[in-house]
Structure formats: structure tokens, C-alpha cells
Design a protein around this ligand. Structure first.
Ligand SMILES: [Zn+2]
Ligand SMILES: [Zn+2]
Ligand SMILES: [Zn+2]
Length: 328
């Protein structure tokens, strides 16, 4: 049996198979290990090799010496900072220059660390680096949308790092969320994400962890096995307005979640992204609610998803939350 579940914000349908739900052991083992090993050659993100990277944009001091988090421009950016948009048609098609910022956050001086093994206080420093960079980038009026993302393992370098992007357009995925949230707000005068939070806290069955300021849960229409959202419990549209205490609380939540992933699924590959409100349009402040989405790159059925736009998830979110709660 399978259920078609509708994601309430974007209204996308997801097929959740409920008959023989896949548990963690059905996805094991992964090969090869993703955890970063000793680097084979000189790693540009390791301390001592700073000269191998473009000039640093931002850094936080280490406890004794050197740096603890470092931000540099991406050598191979999706977006480049100089130039004009030069919007133009190409026949019936639209083209513009990819103006934006693409920065790399080196998350830790130690090469062989992961979010699962880092101390929460180090994760807090990473969050602070994101926040400071976004505050700075917000001053550039050309940018409309920020995206923070991380792939694990990293594609070009396994040294723990993440990406900050500032883009001149709002990506489709976020645009769909904004559209859904704004439609809901017009009808109910309430934030749909705040309503989801209330619902999930009262139902409990998809909650993985509730901290003072954040809810970590498996969304009702999870597209991927063990898909997880981390969301502030009090309405907030922009990640970079996060306070000190919230950052501390969030870093504990992130460490705990990734530790659970690692324990349960033996070091799975994953992606995570921060969805935060577009920056120039203050209208979204009432109905958009920032959050982090995490997705394990396991059990994909790319062909069907690619062909139909439907996602098929063989691990119902209730089961996923049950497993993840168990190891937390
Ligand atoms: Zn390194
Ligand atoms: Zn809200
Ligand atoms: Zn989202």
C-alpha cells in the first residue's frame, strides 16, 4: 500500500509507501566511507595552506591561535560578484549574467571532522559566520535571495565546508514555498509554518527533538527517507536575524541530529539547506518562516521522480522520527 500525501506549503504530492516501510538497515551499508580521511595531497582548507585559497573574506579567531572558521570566495563560483545583469532575450528565451556571491565557509581547521563529531560550540561559530556574512551581503541591493547549503561529503574537497550564495533571483523551490505561504496567509491570516509547528508538537509522532527555541521533525509529506526540518518555534522570517541564545540552542540541535544520522545510518551522505526569506521584499516577513531542510542521499528513485515530478518515499516520516528519536 502507498499513500499520496500533500505537502501543505508547496502542495506537492508525495507517494509514501506504508506497507513494508524501509528502516535504517535497509539502506546499509554505504560504501565507501564518507568521513574525511587523512588528505592525500596538500589541502587548501587546512591551516598552513591559506595561500592556496583566494583572499579571506571573513574569519573567526581560534581559541589559542589561528582561525576557527574561515570564509573565502569560491574559486569555481556559480555566481560572480562583478558586472551587470545584462538581461536579454535569446530568441524566446531569457538570459542574464549570473551576478551574485558564492562563498565557501571552511567550518573547522581539523580536516577529519563532521557535523556529527564537532562540538556544538564549533557549530555555533559556523552559524555566526553565516549570519555575519549575510548581514554584510544584504547591503548589496542587487541580491534578492540567500542560500546556505552543504553537501556531505564535499564534492571537490572533503574538508568540512559549506556554501553561502547570494543570488539576483529567487529560486523556484523557495518561490513555491513563498507562494504557498502567502496564499495561506491571505486566507487565514496565520503563518502556515507556525501552524505546522503547532500541529506537529501536539501530534508528537513526527517530532525528533524539541529544544527551547527549535523543533526538529520529519515533515508529513517527506520527499526523502529521513528528510528532516529544523525550524524556529517562534515566527521568524530571516535566518540572519537569529539571536545569540537561539544560535547556541540551534547548534546543540544540529549536532544531536547529525549524530543520530551517523549512529543510525552509519555515516550517510547528505545535503542541507537553509531556506530564508527573500531580502529585498519585506512583504514576506509575515508569512515566510525560515527553516533548515536536510536530506540524506539514500534510496533515490531518480527515474520515476524525474519523469513524474512525484517523489516516492519508502520510509514513512513517522517511522523515521521514531528511529531518530531512539538514538538521540
Ligand atoms: Zn583539509
Ligand atoms: Zn511562522
Ligand atoms: Zn523550505
Amino acid at each position: 500500500m502507498a499513500e499520496l500525501r500533500r505537502e501543505p506549503v508547496t502542495r506537492m504530492w508525495v507517494v509514501v509507501t506504508t506497507d513494508h516501510p524501509k528502516g535504517p538497515s535497509d539502506y546499509l551499508p554505504f560504501k565507501p566511507p564518507y568521513r574525511p580521511q587523512e588528505p592525500e595531497g596538500p589541502c587548501p582548507f587546512c591551516p598552513g595552506n591559506e595561500g592556496m585559497t583566494p583572499r579571506e573574506i571573513f574569519s573567526l579567531k581560534g581559541e589559542k591561535e589561528g582561525w576557527s572558521v574561515r570564509v573565502i570566495p569560491n574559486k569555481f563560483p556559480f555566481f560572480h560578484i562583478e558586472g551587470d545583469f545584462d538581461r536579454r532575450p535569446e530568441g524566446m528565451y531569457d538570459v542574464m549574467e549570473a551576478i551574485g556571491a558564492h562563498e565557501i565557509v571552511v567550518e573547522n581547521p581539523a580536516h577529519q571532522t563532521t557535523l556529527a563529531t564537532m562540538e556544538p560550540k564549533q557549530i555555533k561559530k559556523i552559524l555566526l559566520a553565516y549570519k555575519e556574512r549575510l548581514i554584510d551581503l544584504e547591503r548589496d541591493r542587487r541580491f534578492r535571495q540567500f542560500l546556505i547549503m552543504k553537501n556531505y561529503p564535499g564534492i571537490f574537497n572533503r574538508h568540512p565546508h559549506s556554501h553561502i550564495l547570494a543570488m539576483p533571483v529567487v529560486p523556484k523551490r523557495i518561490d513555491e514555498e513563498i507562494w504557498g505561504a502567502s496564499d495561506y496567509f491571505q486566507r487565514k491570516e496565520r503563518c502556515i509554518f507556525c501552524d505546522i509547528i503547532k500541529e506537529e508538537i501536539s501530534m508528537k509522532k513526527r517530532v525528533i527533538l524539541e529544544t527551547v527555541h527549535f523543533l526538529i521533525f520529519s515533515p508529513f509529506a517527506s520527499r526523502y527517507p529521513f528528510e528532516t526540518w529544523i525550524i524556529p518555534k517562534v515566527h521568524a522570517s530571516d535566518f540572519h536575524h537569529i539571536g545569540e541564545e537561539e544560535m547556541e540552542d540551534l547548534s546543540v540541535g544540529i549536532q544531536s541530529l547529525f549524530h543520530s544520522f551517523e549512529t543510525l545510518l552509519s555515516d550517510p551522505p547528505y545535503s542541507l539547506t537553509f531556506h530564508t526569506s527573500p531580502i529585498q521584499d519585506r512583504l514576506h516577513r509575515l508569512h515566510y518562516h525560515w527553516h533548515i531542510e536536510t536530506r540524506l542521499r539514500i534510496g533515490l528513485r531518480e527515474g520515476f521522480e524525474w519523469g513524474t515530478g512525484f517523489f516516492v518515499n519508502p520510509t514513512p516520516p513517522e517511522e523515521a522520527a521514531h528511529y531518530l528519536r531512539g538514538v538521540g
